[in-house]
Design a protein around this ligand. Structure first.
Ligand code: CTP
Length: 409
């Protein structure tokens, strides 16, 4: 949380996109708050928004008249100008339709064109009925946008239009302001920093068609890569999964622990930060069958052998000034087991996850973690609340930035 939001917002150009949902009236309050805090607010209203709120309300409150169309401006390309000049673009409320068009790269009005044309950070605050918010298509679009580095201010539970109660209500304007301030305060604090991230679970072949895998979805590692890219880092992501990544992230696809080890060890020497979020298999079949094992030949005896421990090798070879981060997935005795791994593998920060619960760890979009720091830093362990993986990624990057500031390089 930033202490003085006014200091962050003063003079910053905020494009405020408003789409056609009943919550559009709350964007009026958001606009007023941003202006009061010193931001230069440029409202962009979609056709849908104009059915709920008046253009003149925003024009009166904002720093510039509201824009509503790609074609009513003297400027033939208002979207590129708006997008280029913006320090941040905020969409509140963001309807399911807006999220879908943005995720798919469809620019059919001034707001979507501006979203595609901008390099500034983007904050979206979705609002819709619970059924729509929970629909896999909407959740998929939100996940795509998060992975590309978009900051999503999740909706709240409460009374919705028509008297229904449930999740989907636009976040309180104060929370949206916090989201905008957070994004602006972080800015490009990783500009010029080379970040290497791993994501996903490895697959170890038993035969030509079967493999040993684990439940890692790659969401956490992809969130770290997306957030680091948004904060200006040059990011390489070594991943086993085909999730979307933020523009500009170099993606290296691997499948096995051995391939991941080779890809990571070849690149780690040049990295300023290495985040091992992947769930690397500890064992693999010693002699995978090149063909498919047949049932008629009986139950196979699969002999396992250890895989290379990539993080331990990185810890041994760590160049001066590099920040090395590991993840520890545990089901018991989280703190102690993770602390032991932190020491054994010579890492700077260990993100300890309790993966036994339903809402944290593998596959889900949220996480709860304990951040442990190496002894020489003398920092106490830090427990996070249940947060989105995107927020945990940003918190981790905040700590990495703080360590780099202290570290002699
Ligand atoms: N890791 C790795 N190479 C391996 C195994 C794990 O680089 N062969 C990394 C993971 O990416 C993670 C950290 O080590 O950052 C901890 O992984 P985890 O599986 O929790 O720990 P292990 O050391 O494998 O211990 P155990 O499985 O016994 O809990």
């Amino acid at each position: 949380m930033v202490d003085d939001p006014g200091a962050v917002l003063a003079g910053r150009r905020v494009v405020l996109g408003v789409t056609g949902g009943i919550a559009a009236y709350k964007a009026v309050e958001l606009c007023r708050r941003l202006v009061d805090l010193g931001a230069h607010v440029v409202p962009v209203l979609t056709e849908g928004a104009l059915r709920f709120v008046g253009e003149s309300t925003f024009s009166a409150l904002a720093s510039e008249p509201a824009r509503t169309s790609l074609f009513d401006d003297v400027d033939p390309i208002p979207h590129t100008r708006l997008g280029r000049a913006a320090d941040v673009v905020v969409v509140a409320p963001a309807t399911a339709a807006l999220l879908g068009r943005y995720a798919a790269g469809i620019s059919d009005d001034l707001l979507t064109a501006t979203l595609l044309a901008t390099r500034a950070p983007v904050v979206v605050a979705p609002a819709m009925h619970t059924e729509m918010w929970e629909h896999p298509a909407v959740q998929g679009n939100v996940a795509t946008l998060r992975a590309r580095g978009v900051e999503v201010v999740d909706p709240e539970a409460g009374r919705l239009a028509g008297g229904d109660v449930g999740e989907g209500r636009l976040a309180d304007p104060a929370r949206i302001v916090d989201g905008v301030v957070g994004v602006l305060a972080r800015g490009h604090d990783l500009a010029g920093v080379r970040v290497l991230v791993t994501a996903g679970g490895t697959r170890e072949a038993i035969d030509a068609v079967r493999f040993i895998a684990n439940r890692s979805s790659g969401k956490m590692g992809h969130a770290v890569a997306g957030a680091a890219a948004r904060r200006g880092a040059a990011v390489t992501l070594v991943t086993t999964v085909s999730r979307p990544v933020a523009a500009g992230v170099e993606r290296v696809e691997v499948e096995t622990a051995e391939e991941m080890a080779q890809a990571v060890l070849a690149r780690a020497g040049a990295a300023d930060v290495v985040v091992m979020a992947a769930a690397v298999a500890d064992f693999r079949p010693k002699a995978p069958s090149p063909g498919k094992l047949k049932k008629r030949d009986g139950v196979p005896e699969v002999v396992l052998e250890p895989t290379p421990d990539i993080l331990a090798t990185l810890g041994e070879r760590k160049p001066a000034g590099q920040v090395l981060v590991g993840f520890a997935a545990e089901t018991d005795d989280l703190h102690r087991n993770a602390a032991a791994k932190l020491d054994a593998k010579n890492v700077d920060i260990m993100v300890a996850n309790d993966v036994s619960g339903p809402d944290a760890g593998f596959e889900v979009d949220t996480n709860r973690a304990i951040l442990l720091y190496s002894h020489d830093r003398g920092l106490p362990a830090e427990e996070t609340p249940l947060v989105s993986k995107g927020d945990l990624a940003d918190l981790l990057l905040d700590r990495i930035v703080a360590q780099r500031e202290k570290e002699p390089r």
